[in-house]
Ligand binder design. Structure first.
Ligand code: PEP
Ligand code: MN
Length: 337
């Protein structure tokens, strides 16, 4: 339930409303708009008497949130959430492109890629230091050394950095370096991890699980939001279907669905969504046309030699071309790049 305060409501009116909510053992989330304040009631509101709130001084109305995800729902927060990451605004009119290698492999590799993607117009640098690999024998990432190299690349280019965190006990360390924490598809329902990143103030990019529904993705986002971290963006990265020609099937439907039922920014990942570099550009364009707020694209200076996901990584010159193609397309859908 949300409680909409009148523009004329006083702080004392608001305090009384909050106290009353807390009397029921529930918590609140306040949105202070220019005009009015909205009180989001968090927790199990069944049995709560809406009328009792509606007659309180300063209260204009109450709205029941019908979706099982509350803070993530568009009913809770009507306008698009815009997340500010070191001055890069995610979810606003401007599209945001996150680019970089699947894994940080070496100093030369990450610095060269960072320079190239910056030059091409990317806004955020990606790179995995802790890698969730299907096989325990595959490269698992450089760990903290990788985080240090990412920080050096940020220093060099000014690009904010995003990197994956895989376990709750690594959250404090990754937070020391990362501007955005990535929760990988395989960890989308790792609830302890979601709670741990929810307790930080570092923005989070939550990737959709390999076989997760849109509702499950939003329920996972709710775990982060309900722990107090409101800077959550959602990532459609393809789901597992019967189709084997591509690594995954990027669910294009998810983009407009998420934009309709949630206020959180939506990022699309055509690299993992297809698994093939030749498909990355066309699917990236489709994602922007469908209303994505941005893209995450894997770029490697030498994809043939990449330690992970080379087959879906773009060479820097191809990434540069993609960025040029996206510019006019962005304008057509009322966005800027
Ligand atoms: C990645 O971004 O490199 C990655 C491992 O993605 P996902 O969790 O979507 O498979
Ligand atoms: Mn990858």
């Amino acid at each position: 339930m949300i409680i909409i305060m009148k523009p004329t409501a006083s702080e004392a009116d608001l305090t009384r409303v909050i106290e009353r909510v807390r009397m029921h053992g529930l918590d609140v989330h306040l949105s202070r708009g220019e005009e009015r304040t909205i009180v989001g009631v968090l927790g199990n509101v069944q049995g709560l008497d809406r009328n009792a709130f509606e007659v309180m001084p300063g209260v204009e109305s109450t709205v029941r949130i019908t979706q099982p995800f509350k803070v993530a729902s568009r009913e809770f927060h009507q306008t698009d959430t815009i997340i500010d990451v070191r001055g890069v605004k995610i979810g606003g009119e401007r599209l945001v492109v996150i680019a970089g290698p699947c894994s940080v492999e070496s100093r030369e590799q990450i610095l060269e890629t960072a320079r190239a993607v910056k030059e091409a117009g990317a806004h955020i640098l990606r790179g995995g230091a802790y890698k969730p690999r299907t096989s325990p024998y595959s490269f698992q990432g450089l760990g903290e050394e990788g985080l240090k190299l990412l920080a050096e690349a940020r220093e060099l280019t000014g690009l904010p950095i995003i990197t994956e965190v895989m376990s709750p006990d690594e959250v404090p360390l990754v937070c020391e370096y990362a501007d955005i924490l990535q929760i990988g598809a395989r960890n989308m329902q790792n609830y302890r991890l979601l709670q741990a990143v929810g307790k930080t103030q570092t923005p989070v990019l939550l990737k959709r699980g390999l076989s997760s529904t849109i509702q499950e993705l939003l329920m996972s986002a709710e775990y982060i939001l309900s722990n107090g971290n409101y800077d959550v963006m959602l990532c459609e990265r393809g789901i597992r279907t019967f189709e084997r020609y591509t690594r995954n099937t990027l669910d294009i439907n998810a983009i407009p669905v998420l934009k309709q039922i949630s206020h959180l920014p939506v990022i699309a990942d055509p690299s993992h969504g297809t698994g093939k570099w030749r498909l990355v550009a066309p699917v990236a364009r489709a994602c922007i046309a469908a209303g994505a707020d941005g893209l995450m694209v894997e770029v490697h200076p030498n994809p043939d030699l990449a330690w992970s996901d080379g087959a879906q990584s773009l060479r820097p010159d191809r990434f540069t071309r993609l960025m040029a193609e996206l510019k006019p397309l962005a304008a057509v859908v009322g966005r800027a790049l």
